[in-house]
Design a protein around this ligand. Sequence first.
Ligand code: PRP
Ligand code: URA
Length: 209
Amino acid sequence: MENVIILDHPLIQHKISMLRDKNTGTNEFRSLTEEIAMLMGYEALRDLPVEDVEVETPIEKCMTPMLAGKKLAVVPILRAGLGMVSGILSLVPSAKVGHIGLYRDEVTHEPHEYFCKLPSPIELRTIVVTDPMLATGGSAVAAVDFIKQHGGRNIKFMCIIAAPDGLKRLHEAHPDIQIYVGHLDRCLNDAAYICPGLGDAGDRIFGTK
Ligand code: PRP
Ligand code: URA
């Protein structure tokens, strides 16, 4: 699928296996989520625009590339997407951060919006939407819909684990965005949890339940 990038780097795969382990506690789960987001961000941001600027080295002046254009926007889908933000900010500390608050209804699995705020001017920024889990795809599609309604254009979606159904749904709804996936899992169960997955990402990051 064009615009779908499955990141098969051994460091990412190793850390995802540690995340999956039900014996991995909150503290370690948070650190691993951050580290994976950083490794994924390194790959997802390889097309950031650069421009040559003049720098004086101890030897001489030279023209050398630096990041150009409006600052990046990182937009986590609350809650679990928050766990990936610091990993990306460690790469681009000047990035702005928006928030999209969605929770999935436990029965219908449909997303419900409760808080959304984006940095402006959103239309001039590269936007990285983060959420560790792409399950049915309902939350991701709603988040990207919201960003586009507010003028966002250059959008990348980054998830640690995806289910085939959710990946297909997001790609079909928004074929123009790049989707970065840490690992493509087997399927969803009857409760719309990813199998084998890692359980409830938000609860594991924040130590709830
Ligand atoms: C989880 C996850 C995604 C969503 C994925 O969030 O972080 O946002 O479910 O499911 P979907 O692809 O079927 O929409 P949840 O709604 O549990 O909220 P939380 O992050 O606050 O726990
Ligand atoms: N949300 C999660 O946190 N985990 C899943 O497996 C599916 C949705």
